[in-house]
Design a protein around this ligand. Structure first.
Ligand code: NAD
Length: 321
């Protein structure tokens, strides 16, 4: 069995590797070669923690396993990240455990890869302004991955906690792009691509604020009750997602579905666009929206890539079981 410790992973996996792994698994899901098992997420009644599993099997990439972890709100006071996860991979031929891989950094890069895949396949080619809603831990990863997909000339941002906007300014500077903090009205009026990555439970971005032709990647809503954009905006857009079952239960589409504004049949798989079985964006005026709910197969794909890289670099710890 192989162990890939959390601390070696940032130096192992790059954005191209995680992009390719995530794009491939979305395509496999849409072909029916890969599927996610039902998600388990429980309030364990201890340390205010939410704990659960995301799991699945990719017959094409031969990734079988699970990500286990959750959210411990008291961790920050202990100098630890609140979100904690580990990924377990199994041999698909024998069921033997193959690897244990740190899941914290991989979660951020695989989530950024998902919105980046959506931008590559759905945003207008001439997109120039990137709008960021959210300035937490994930936002930096999101921005770095997004700017690789289009020739953005400027980043604008809004956050519920304005004091956190310096993170976006710092990352934009690192990427050599000008950054401006703006109102939500200005963000919607200027941005060609918008990424929302917050833990909001109420809509932030309204339908009337978004201009025609925008691509929106809603990445923060991964739990029942969370919401980042007005349901009317979901209804106005051509909607894509990683997995329809998650989109309507724990993703951004849960609200538009519950309000009867859209039907499940109106939600398209991003994998179909990747595979060429859905045209994706069909006009420059169309608003496209990607509901990135975060599936276990993304974690398995990223972890499988990390194991291969760790073996090649000598960072993998091998133990007999
Ligand atoms: P974080 O705690 O570092 O940052 C939280 C962000 O949400 C900040 O921008 C904060 O200002 C904002 N926020 C907090 N309360 C808010 C409110 N009431 N209204 C509006 N905004 C509010 O979190 P993070 O690690 O950056 O994660 C952000 C979100 O992304 C979380 O909801 C997390 O569960 C989700 N997430 C999704 C995936 C996926 O695959 N889709 C993966 C990882 C994380």
């Amino acid at each position: 069995m192989i162990i890939v410790p959390e601390k070696v992973i940032p130096n192992l996996i790059d954005r191209t590797t995680s992009y390719n792994a995530v794009e491939a698994v979305f395509g496999a899901m849409s072909r029916g070669d890969a599927y996610n098992f039902p998600v388990i997420r429980e309030d364990i009644g201890y340390a205010d923690a939410l704990y659960g599993f995301k799991s699945g099997f990719d017959k094409a990439g031969l990734s079988l396993g699970l990500k286990s972890g959750g959210y411990w709100p008291g961790n920050e006071a202990k100098g630890l990240t609140n979100h904690q996860s580990s990924i377990f991979l199994f041999n698909a031929d024998t069921g033997q455990v193959k690897a244990i891989v740190g899941g914290n950094y991989l979660t951020a890069v695989r989530t950024a890869a998902a919105s980046s895949v959506s931008i590559q396949h759905l945003a207008r080619k001439d997109s120039k302004v990137l709008g960021m809603i959210g300035a937490g831990h994930q936002s930096a990863f999101q921005m770095r991955a997004a700017v690789e997909q289009r020739n953005f000339e400027k980043v604008i941002g809004w956050n519920y906690h304005p004091e956190m906007l310096s993170r976006l300014a710092d990352v934009a500077e690192e990427l050599d792009l000008p950054f401006e903090a703006v109102s939500l009205d200005e963000l919607g009026a200027q941005a060609d691509v918008i990424i929302s990555i917050t833990s909001s439970f109420a809509p932030i971005l309204m339908a009337a604020q978004v201009k025609p032709g925008t691509h929106i990647a809603c990445m923060g809503t991964d739990t029942k009750g969370k919401q980042e954009v007005e349901s009317a905006l979901v209804a106005k857009a051509t909607v894509f997602t990683d997995e329809i079952a998650q989109s309507i239960t724990i993703g951004e589409c849960q609200h538009a579905i519950a309000e009867g504004l859209i039907t499940e049949g109106q939600i398209n798989e991003i994998g179909a666009v990747i595979n060429g079985t859905h045209a994706g964006r069909t006009s420059d005026d169309e608003i496209t929206l990607f509901d990135g709910t975060g599936v276990g197969l993304q974690d398995l794909a990223a972890a499988t890539a990390a194991v291969e890289l760790a073996i090649a670099s000598g960072d993998a710890i091998e133990i007999d079981v």
